[in-house]
Design a protein around this ligand. Structure first.
Ligand SMILES: [Zn+2]
Length: 168
């Protein structure tokens, strides 16, 4: 098991635009399994390669323990018009104490459809209907969060959603 160092805001590398993965080989497989080990150690449900300092378009989503999705070069095919507000955290965005997570309510499409390449080099499609179950809802959400990382975007870039109480 190899644990990698998670880089944290305000490390400028988090703002990099990640490059497409060109070759899926043993090195990439090893690297992505190290990403998975690191994500488990940090108790995360998703991780992007840039979070361990590698600006390549590779990420992992694991909503159901033991069933990780290794997603390479994802491309959005469709997003639902319907949106949902959910609270997100990020392994790279910590409170000032460096331990706690900054949480942010973010509104995003509830469903997403992507094409991607898996670790076997197969091109696949994922059509995640967030209305189907809690699993699908969080899968669609986590995937969008991790895909933001590929383009250097973080959850703190979104305007917080004010509840009616906050607006008083
Ligand atoms: Zn994140």
């Amino acid at each position: 098991m190899t644990l990698l160092q998670i880089i944290k805001e305000p490390n400028p590398l988090l703002r990099a635009i990640s490059s497409p993965v060109e070759v899926i080989d043993a090195d990439l497989k090893d690297f992505m399994h190290s990403m998975l080990d690191t994500m488990h150690a940090e108790k995360g449900i998703g991780i992007a390669a840039i979070q361990v300092g590698h600006p390549i378009r590779a990420l992992i989503v694991e909503i159901k323990s033991g069933f990780p999705f290794f997603i390479i070069n994802p491309v959005v095919k469709a997003l639902s018009i319907e949106q949902i507000s959910l609270q997100e955290g990020c392994l790279s965005v910590r409170e000032d104490d460096g331990i706690g997570f900054i949480r942010n309510d973010i509104e995003r499409p509830i469903s997403i459809n992507i094409s991607y390449t898996n670790l076997h080099g197969q091109t696949l499609e994922l059509d995640i209907d967030g209305n189907k179950s809690e699993y699908h809802k969080w899968f669609a959400r986590c995937l969008q969060h991790e895909m933001d990382h590929l383009d250097g975007k973080l959850l703190i870039d979104y305007q917080p959603i004010l509840s009616p109480v906050d607006e008083l």
